[in-house]
Every structure is written in structure tokens, then in C-alpha cells.
Write a protein that binds this ligand. Structure first.
Ligand SMILES: Nc1ncnc2c1ncn2[C@@H]1O[C@H](COP(=O)(O)OP(=O)(O)OP(=O)(O)O)[C@@H](O)[C@H]1O
Ligand SMILES: [Mg+2]
Length: 259
């Protein structure tokens, strides 16, 4: 069975995309078949994996609107041994275009159903909003959501609203929606804030913070401009080690054995 996780936090720039692609890259390196689904009109996951968002022949926009089947769209990267279902700028219009469609919150879930079994992991990268695209991401998150939280002042701002949205989706659309974990990102050991953030996170999401904490690292910020995950750009950096540790922690929690 394919495990499906969605990366969500309506706060912008907290490390959703960085976590989705780098966790994905290490899951792939550890032998898993991985697909990244880019559900953000900004298409950062798409470009971070070296794909030109303006040149793709089909994107998440087409599968949400039902004009193309999902199974023809994933682009496989042989070097990275992982695939991406790209986004495109057209996706920005999807929320409006879907408003009058039936079952508009279930579009993504239905669209990716044919991919079930082809991958071990499908990781869905959401935009920084709680709109219809993110709700589609939540409904499709069969095995739970992963919430990246930046270890900074005001990091917890908005988590109440996110919890509310998750609860609303549970009540109306998907009763089994789980929080798989909270990933603490951009940790800077020189500040005292991180411990407070961990405490606060555990208040909102009891015992759900992953042990692997992602440090602030210039290499992690540079890698996307080369179209590479950290595993290929700077595999010995601290950020790389942290994402590998996160991947191993996720696999262990999922009961997947790796050497
Ligand atoms: N651990 C880190 N250390 C240094 N820079 C980082 C780290 N994680 C992410 N960044 C950088 O911070 C910026 C925001 O990260 P990212 O794009 O992953 O966040 P996001 O939550 O996906 O943003 P958005 O809400 O716009 O989709 C990017 O420029 C990224 O390269
Ligand atoms: Mg992003």
C-alpha cells in the first residue's frame, strides 16, 4: 500500500517544500519508491527538483480539473530515483474554477487513486493557505499530515487555525485524518527559542514532534537553485544528516525496515 502524507501549514516559508523534497529524497535513497505531488501554484517543489514549471505538459491543475489522468503525469528523475507530479502557474486558478464542481474537496484524492501501489510514498506539498487546494491535500492525506514548524518567534501563530481546519475536515469529509508528526525546521542553536517552540508544539500536538530537528543551514537554502535535494547537493552537510535522520524516523514509525 502506498503511504500518503500531506505537508501543511498555512504560514508561508516554514519549510513545507524543503521538508517534502528532502525527506522524499532520503526515502528514495533508502529504497522507497517516492512521488512528490506539487499542490502549490508557486511550484517550488517542481523547480526544486529541476523541472521547469512553465514547460510541463500536464500538472496538478489538469488532474484536479479532470482534464488529464494522473498516471500519465509523474516525471521520473533517474539520478534521484524519485518522481514529481509537477505544478504549473495555471493551478492558481483552480480554486475559483472548482467552486461549482461536485465533490470539489475530493478531487485530488480521486485523481491520484490510480497511482495507488505504484509508489511506497506519495508526499503532497501544499501552498501557504487553508483554501480549497490545501483542503484537497488534507482529504488525500490517507496516512496523515506532517506539519513543518519553523523554530522561531511567532512560529506557533496560526497553529490553532490549522487545528481548526483539520478538525473541520475530520467532521465533514475525512474522520480518520491524522497528524503524523510535526517537523521542527530552521533550528538555530544560538537562540533559546527552540526549546519554547518544542514545548508549545507539544501543547498543540501532544508528543507529536519528530525527534529529528532540522537545523538552519545555508546548504539547504542553496540546493533548490541547482534543482537538487540536499542528498545530491551537499550530502555531508548538517541539513542532509538531519533529513536523513527524519527519513529513518518516519520509516521506523511506519514499520518499514531499512539497512
Ligand atoms: N533548514 C533550513 N535552513 C535554511 N534555509 C531553509 C531551511 N529550510 C528552508 N529554507 C529556506 O527557507 C525558504 C522557505 O522554505 P520553504 O520554501 O521550504 O518553505 P514553505 O513553507 O514551503 O514556503 P511556502 O509557504 O512559500 O510554500 C526557502 O528559501 C528555503 O530554501
Ligand atoms: Mg512551499
Amino acid at each position: 500500500m502506498t503511504r500518503i502524507y500531506t505537508f501543511v501549514n498555512q504560514k508561508g516559508g516554514v519549510g513545507k517544500t524543503t521538508t517534502a523534497i528532502n525527506l522524499g529524497a532520503y526515502l528514495a535513497q533508502l529504497g522507497q519508491r517516492v512521488l512528490i505531488v506539487d499542490l502549490d501554484p508557486q511550484a517550488n517543489a517542481t523547480s526544486s527538483l529541476g523541472v521547469d514549471k512553465n514547460a510541463v505538459s500536464g500538472s496538478t491543475y489538469d488532474i484536479l480539473l479532470g482534464s488529464l489522468p494522473a498516471d500519465s503525469l509523474p516525471l521520473h528523475n533517474e539520478r534521484l530515483k524519485m518522481s514529481v507530479l509537477p505544478s504549473s502557474p495555471a493551478l492558481a486558478g483552480a480554486e475559483v474554477e472548482l467552486v461549482n464542481e461536485l465533490a470539489r474537496e475530493n478531487r485530488l484524492k480521486q485523481a491520484i487513486a490510480p497511482l495507488d501501489g505504484r509508489y511506497d510514498y506519495i508526499l503532497i506539498d501544499c501552498p501557504p493557505s487553508l483554501g480549497l487546494l490545501t483542503v484537497n491535500g488534507l482529504v488525500a492525506a490517507r496516512d496523515g499530515v506532517i506539519i513543518p514548524v519553523q523554530c522561531e518567534y511567532l512560529a506557533l501563530e496560526g497553529l490553532g487555525q490549522l487545528t481548526q481546519t483539520i478538525n473541520r475536515v475530520r467532521a465533514a469529509l475525512f474522520p480518520d485524518l491524522k497528524v503524523r508528526g510535526v517537523a521542527l525546521t530552521m533550528f538555530d542553536p544560538r537562540t533559546n527559542l527552540a526549546t519554547d517552540v518544542v514545548k508549545e508544539v507539544n501543547k498543540h500536538f501532544p508528543k507529536q514532534a519528530f525527534h529529528a530537528v532540522i537545523p538552519r543551514s545555508i546548504r539547504l537554502a542553496e540546493a533548490p537553485s541547482y534543482g537538487l535535494p540536499i542528498s545530491a547537493y551537499a550530502p555531508t552537510s548538517a541539513g542532509a544528516k538531519a533529513y536523513e535522520a527524519l527519513a529513518r524516523e518516519v520509516l521506523k514509525g511506519d514499520g518499514v525496515r531499512v539497512s
